[in-house]
Design a protein around this ligand. Structure first.
Ligand code: SF4
Length: 232
């Protein structure tokens, strides 16, 4: 099977937020106003955090970590968030009863409660979701980054037609596809030739909040700062 993972190089990220916009377009996520965001009602599945270090602004895109030990799963009373056979943390919309326990227990704060009268009308993406449990998003249920599950399914169909596994670079998430600096890598961690394996293996690779032992599938490459800001 596949073992999907993402690596985000913080040296490359320029904080343009194209990833956030592309994710909204791909996954049919409404853009909510500033007032709603201020009330904690943002709906986007990948955010770009900003940190100020002296004169420098540092950026960190944060999608779902697809934790191997996922704190969200332990607290869901109805099993609406769970691991699939390839280790993806999936949200089963039609089981979710909207308690938001998962969101409270997510240390990365990447889960989003759908508070709008809104459902996923992206027919192509619905067709691509072969798991019958994964159904239409709607008001009152939790959502989050799926690693573009519909794209994974499409890539799988193409690869199976050709009688082989999905090759590196054939499965690209929406955020990865638009990133102008190639900060985002995605691929199969079981493929030693994959770009994402190489990115994770650098000595600068790290997991966010690794001390919590969540074992995230999304990891980062540490930003290396030049001691002299003028030289950056
Ligand atoms: Fe960073 Fe790429 Fe996202 Fe822009 S699109 S914020 S460079 S990860």
């Amino acid at each position: 099977g596949y073992k999907w993972g993402m690596a985000i190089d913080l040296n490359a990220c320029i904080g343009c937020a194209a990833c956030t916009v592309a994710c909204q377009a791909e996954n049919n996520i409404p853009v909510v106003g500033k007032e709603e965001v201020a009330r904690g009602r943002s709906m986007h599945w990948i955010r770009v955090d900003r940190y100020q270090a002296g004169a420098r602004t540092l950026f960190q895109p944060v999608p779902c970590m697809h934790c191997e030990h996922a704190p969200c799963e332990e607290v869901c009373p109805v099993g609406a968030t769970m691991h699939d056979s390839e280790g993806l943390n999936v949200q089963v919309y039609n089981r979710c009863i909207g308690t938001r326990f998962c969101s409270n227990n997510c240390p990365y704060k990447v889960r989003r409660f759908n508070f709008l009268q809104y459902s996923n009308q992206n027919v192509e993406s619905l067709k691509a979701q072969q798991n019958p449990e994964v159904t239409v998003r709607r008001r009152g249920v939790m959502e989050k980054c799926s690693y573009c599950l519909q794209r994974i399914t499409r890539a799988r169909v193409e690869a199976e037609k050709a009688g082989r596994r999905i090759q590196d670079g054939e499965m690209v998430t929406a955020c990865q596809a638009v990133c102008p600096t190639r900060a985002i890598r995605f691929g199969d961690l079981n493929d030693p030739a994959s770009d994402v394996v190489a990115a994770k293996a650098t000595p600068l690779g790290y997991d966010l909040l690794a001390e919590l032992n969540t074992r995230p599938r999304t990891s980062y490459v540490t930003r290396v700062l030049n001691p002299d800001p003028e030289l950056e």
